[in-house]
Write a protein that binds this ligand. Structure first.
Ligand code: GLP
Length: 288
């Protein structure tokens, strides 16, 4: 793949954001070979880092989590699920072991959970977190929080979850994946930016994207998700997206102003938001 040598000049001239919005970026061969991000720029108030591949994004995201762990005596981490985060949790567990980092004083709050799936269900996010992360680090089990999708009154469960985050002093660093429709957590398009943790009806796009995990049965159509307002109160937000399937939505996020049609654009209003991408997810904003 031949990559053109223009990004360096664009970056030097400080015109990167404009160039992206108006169409295309260029990456140089030299930049893409290094383990450094090929792009590191502030765009629409967002710190955007683009890496050569998903492996490098995974390493960066894992380092962010370890840094968050070390930055506070009693760190409060906001965690995400989805395929993007599976290798990240594996990398965090490995790094924590190597660097002798302990999760014993951490508290974690997950973004979301399906309504009606018990924690032992292999497709529940409780199960995902236990399998991919909690069982691999020294997290105290009574400090691992996820919304309770099994409560008789899911609305009440959502409100209680929001209160719990507040009572714990809020979240230091919230990690986010990205839905192909721009959702963060399970906040689907048109969710108000000031929403608190709530019950959500999943959209057709999300049902389709996530039905791959529910091959032999019908997937739940409702979930409890941290609200966008709740997410925005986190002191730092790190959104991670990898793979070509996310390329169209990544392009849109940078093309438009903040809009409730694309939940992830809410991060443009956050004072400390970081976006980590690989070349594939950034490919529609780039020209190769
Ligand atoms: C689910 C989760 C989201 C996550 C998204 C992306 O919908 N509720 O929080 O961001 O999946 O998943 P993946 O990383 O598999 O693309």
């Amino acid at each position: 793949m031949r990559l053109r040598r223009t990004l360096k000049n664009i970056a030097k001239s400080g015109q990167l954001a404009k160039v992206l919005v108006s169409g295309k970026w260029h990456i140089t061969d030299a930049m893409i070979k290094t383990a450094q991000p090929v792009v590191a720029r502030k765009i629409d108030g967002l710190e955007v880092f683009i890496y050569k591949d998903a492996q490098q994004v995974t390493e960066r995201a894992a380092n962010e989590m370890i840094a968050a762990l070390k930055a506070a005596p009693e760190p409060k981490l906001g965690l995400a699920t989805g395929g993007t985060f599976e290798p990240i949790y594996a990398a965090v567990a490995e790094l924590a072991g190597k660097r002798d980092c302990s999760f014993s004083r951490a508290t974690t709050f997950n973004l979301d959970e399906y309504v009606g799936l018990p924690p032992e269900d292999p497709q529940s996010y409780h199960h995902y977190m236990h399998h991919h992360f909690f069982s691999k680090v020294d997290m105290p089990t009574d400090r691992e929080f996820l919304p309770d999708g099994m409560q008789v009154d899911p609305k009440r469960a959502a409100a209680e979850y929001d209160d719990l985050i507040g009572k714990n002093g809020g979240i230091d660093v919230q990690f986010l994946g990205l839905g192909v429709n721009g959702h963060i957590g399970f906040n689907e398009p048109k969710t108000p930016f000031d929403s608190r943790t709530h019950v959500v009806e999943l959209t057709e796009s999300t049902l389709q994207a996530n039905s791959r995990y529910f091959q032999d049965r019908k997937m739940p159509t409702e979930a409890i998700t941290m609200g966008i307002g709740t997410i925005l109160e986190s002191r730092r937000v790190v959104l991670v997206a990898t793979g070509a399937a996310k390329a169209p939505i990544i392009r849109k996020i940078f093309e438009v102003e903040m809009t409730e049609e694309i939940p992830a654009t809410a991060l443009k209003g956050h004072p400390n938001a970081v976006i980590l991408l690989d070349a594939a997810s950034a490919s529609e904003a780039f020209e190769r």
